[in-house]
Design a protein around this ligand. Sequence first.
Ligand code: NAP
Ligand code: MG
Length: 491
Amino acid sequence: MVQNLSKVVAQDQKFLNIINGRQVPALSQETITVLCPSDGLAFTSIPASRAEDVDHAVRAARAAFDNGLWSRMAAVERGRLLTKLGHLIEQNSEELAALESRDTGKPIRQGRADVAAAMRYYEFYGGAADKIHGDTIPFNEGYTALTLREPHGVVAGIIPWNYPMQIMARVVGAALAMGNTLVIKPAEDASLSTIRIGELAIEAGFPDGVLNIVTGYGRDAGAALSAHAGVDYLTFTGSPATGTAIQQAAATNNRGVTMELGGKSPQIVFADADIEKALPVLVNAIIQNGGQTCSAGSRVLIERSIYNDVAGALADRFAKLVAGPHDSDLDLGAMINPAQKRRVEAYVSAATEAGIELVARGTIAGDAPATGYYVSPVLFGSVDPSAVIAQEEVFGPVLSLFSFNDENDAIRLANGTEYGLVAGVWTRDGARQHRVAKRVRAGQVYINAYGAGGGIELPFGGFKKSGHGREKGFEALYDMSATKTIVFRHD
Ligand code: NAP
Ligand code: MG
């Protein structure tokens, strides 16, 4: 156990880029100071990489792909290395949890949950590497036709700050299982766990250049990576605006992309639902990670006859929520950075000024440092579905409640935003469970449950503005590979 979470980074510990199996600073020697969101204090630094560093990393990944050590290695061996990386993560799990928690401000139990999920990704994709295969196709007489699933080549993964260890793991697991090589650009606000896992990958024995990590600002390192002609495929998780910029850059080279761009995910609560079972899940879906979750359940739609009861019960729970430092392990931690805190607060004041009913508000722990980026959780009631707070992704601990009249009304409301990532449906009526699940436009639908961020095995991704392509599960292996058709004539 790490006894003192703030001691997780040793004085002389350096966080560097990983290029071609070596730890290197940015060529410019420039660094970015790393702050802990819980107190706003600096505790280490990362390289401020630019286009030239990205170019080195892409060239290393290209050479590693072209030499075939990785792409032509037996799939079972690639899988074994991924599994080994998972074991090394397990052996270092307390350190990694503490590091993630200090770097992002998330409560330590969430850091631990993220490590456990990361381990599962490496285990899952390690096991899947030799279980994906092509088809044989009935074709003309005198021919045999078959397909192979081949790697794209060099994949770029641009990772956000909310769940860096998990999102890195789903990208690395699927991309490397298929024989691609990788360049990862983590978010400048949360790069430490990515670097540590890169170090563990060296220890595990991945060939040089297979997994490269370049830290830096999105506008420098991220933009250079997404526009690099040496990248064959890109995967991105983050905001729709940055997703558009990355797709435009990728389009200049006509490269394929997977985009996971967040949501405004609804949970629909029908009058016949098991409300006691639903309540803790409804709260957790928006409070987990301080609401900084792409699949956060940020809208709760309640059948009119039970609206007052459910809103009252949620208000009681919200009033008891407390935000505080990561090592205090309270309901939620700080927001990732001052800009995110201001952004969430601006949504809350705009909604309040627009006359939206503030039903309940949590608190900030008395001993939380005033220099931390805390926001107390907010519950808004009877929200107009066309209000800004009902339509836009806040990415903070802000939940909006709506009422509906019947099933059609509920589906109309659920589908009434530009997003379509996840949905929850709470009802005991089996036929209704099927009807609603089919009519809601979301990449994942949970019935009497909600999986904010969870489910390594479950394909995940969006409809509409939430993006395209699928991560997680077996499906990610299809995104991370291309089909090659081979035809033999033998008449
Ligand atoms: P963002 O801009 O989407 O950042 C995500 C990643 O993209 C980071 O690694 C970022 O690098 C990089 N990036 C930024 N600009 C880039 C560019 N021009 N080219 C290539 N890469 C670039 O997200 P943000 O600004 O941190 O947060 C803003 C909002 O995005 C949040 O309030 C939230 O609504 C949403 N968001 C959604 C998710 C999600 O999981 N769906 C995750 C994070 C944020 P740097 O951070 O190092 O600049
Ligand atoms: Mg940080």
